[in-house]
Ligand binder design. Sequence first.
Ligand code: ADP
Ligand code: ZN
Length: 794
Amino acid sequence: MTELYAQIIVDVPTMQTNQPYTYAIPASLREAVQVGMRVVVPFGGRTVLGFVVALVPNAPVDVAVKPLAELLDLAPVLNDEALALSEFLAAQTFAFRISILQTMLPNALKANYEKIIRAVDVEPAIAERLFFNLPERVFVPSEWSEDDLALLAKLRRQGKVDVQIAVHDKAKIKTQRAYEMAVDIADATVSKRAVKQQQLLAFVKVHAGETWTEADLHAILEVSDATLKQAVAKQWLIEHDVEKLRRPKTDVEVAKVHTLNDEQQRALAAISGRFDQFQPFLLKGITGSGKTEVYLQAAQQVIAAGRSVLFLVPEIALTPQMVNRVTARFGDQVAVLHSGLSDGERYDEWRRIERGDAKIVVGARSAVFAPLADIGLIIVDEEHETTYKQSDNPRYHARDVALWRGEFHQAPVILGSATPSLESRARAQKGVYQLLELTQRAGEAQLPVVDVIDLRHEMANGPETSFSTALREKIQQRLERDEQSVLMLNRRGFSSFVMCRDCGFVPRDPNCNLAMTLHMDSHSLKCHYCGHEEAIPSVCANCGSREIRYYGTGTEKVEAELKELFPEARVLRLDQDTTRKKGSMATKLADFGAKKYDILLGTQMIAKGLDFPDVTLVGVLNADTALGLPDFHASERTFQLLTQVAGRAGRATKQGEVVIQTFNPDHYAIQLAQKQDYDDFYLQEMQMRKFGQYAPFFYTVQIQASHADENQAAVQLAKAAAWLRKHLPADVVVLGPSAKPIAKMRNRYYYQLILKYKDATTVDKWLAILQDNAQKAAKNGLQLSIDREPVNFM
Ligand code: ADP
Ligand code: ZN
């Protein structure tokens, strides 16, 4: 049966729907159109981009069907897995399928980039008629007849032509000349006087069947172009153009493969016992217990079996050491996807993955969509990290996508962490995930000793220092012993303010009477509750003094303090300002590793993944700024952060020490972080969550409405709340609407509703209806979003 119609998901921002539209396929395109290709279709008087999601023999009877206008691809850009995943995610994240499809593709495939079609292996007649005997042409569908398009599609399927996107941001697809060494020249000879030719012939015989680039041959044999030309004429060499990929640079260091200890071995055995089937594992291992080594050895087995590996990390730029370890182990088989890639570089990596040249993909959140085929293992390192959740549309969680893909490919999924999310730990409790534990540090290392310093006492010594006496002494010791210190300044939460030194006056915001937060970037004071903003005063509003001082905590200020306290110390500061340049984080960390610095001072970006043997002291300058956040995860985040950063100390043979400075020394998150007792924290926090009816006992959904008119935002959301209360089962808790903690941003007002419920069966259906209805309201300026298991309540 011929399929005459295509079902197409169209890209119309204001009229989104998860229902595909049906279009007729013109006779000439029937051969060429495949599921997963991009098309241009007429829609309400204009033409829009669409994705073919199905081919069907019949159109719906009662609608007039238009023909699709243009076929943009000669090969599908989305495979069956991607299409199925998009369907799952649309329902899961209350997003429209089109935005998910767009998210899955590299930018180069979203915009209308120029395409190049290349003749790889075509008959002379076709080469002449379609390519004017050129190796490649720009692909503009309107320049070709529909018959020719159908022919090209067929050739593309046979691998005889190839289509590439020409991304003009950096460079076009680069090609370089290469030569394939003939295999049937065992008895070819050459005159003894032709030295160079003799040498080349010998080389070709050794490397029969291999392909070498011209550049390499020049470098190794010092052959001239003329010699190569002669060799081609004699058919020793077959000339090719090979694609030179824009590979991002990674500095590869030698990677030592460790012999696993007993715990590591048990974990690896459990995982490799489940290759070829879907099984999530929660690998819970204290910091430095060698989780990474387990990942790498499991990956090695999967690669050796010819399958591929997806390896997710929270943030590539912040974990250069992890990337280095993977590339050192797997070399050219690794594709690294990170946000610093240009569109062209990203597209190149995407193609390497799709072609199967890259067998292991390392990347952050969006890398979870990497077009790997035949996945044999998925790793989610630091699975508790909130960066895995996308905070804007589509609000997917990479961990959930990883689990979905693991099931699709029937592969194990390792979720690794020293401080698993409560949700994952609870699932392991129930047996949904298999729990694997590493309780000892690998090799010789011991867990560090942790001191908690009560800042309420220290402040009596004067409010202006960031360093307690104990911390100062310990830093001094490190300097004397030529060891290194890592100092973390927690910038999460409200921490910086200004105060008059003469009268103690702190400027407060006129609406909420809260101390305003200092923002050096915009040179202003802001209230994080209502959004009120004003310039930093130079004169005290209370007493007229000019002695206005900044308090709280900028890394710059702490750096200045350090220089005063330890003039001889070499301090490396890492924060958003000093690491803006691509790759600078990696370079600076490498310098720290080479002991060009004594002290590393940074924000929470340094809490993860650093592994330096000479770091024996970790100081947390302000442990509790996150405790006061209006978010039920506040304790969990604090515990995780403190445990992670403490884990940077004493990772090799030298004993490590940790100093935590806090105003809340009695808080259980701080006390249990001091003991590095995850299990006890888990038990206590589960009690709190149960009592408060939060995850993992209840599902949480946040519905957010924003409008330029504050009244509209509140009124519209109140209507939605009433509607939900009417339709949802009585046991669903609907909280709000209330203004968000940051209620005004970029001239829009934000209100939120929180739903909590135990039984998800009917809730999703009503939320999907709410989402559809919201599009009508969007016309008068209301924006509504639905966020399942939100990670940001600000
Ligand atoms: P994690 O990922 O759990 O924090 P890592 O894999 O980074 O731990 O290991 C911590 C340190 O211990 C690293 O320096 C690593 O090279 C080393 N290591 C890992 N496994 C072993 C082992 N079996 N024997 C000796 N050293 C090991
Ligand atoms: Zn305010």
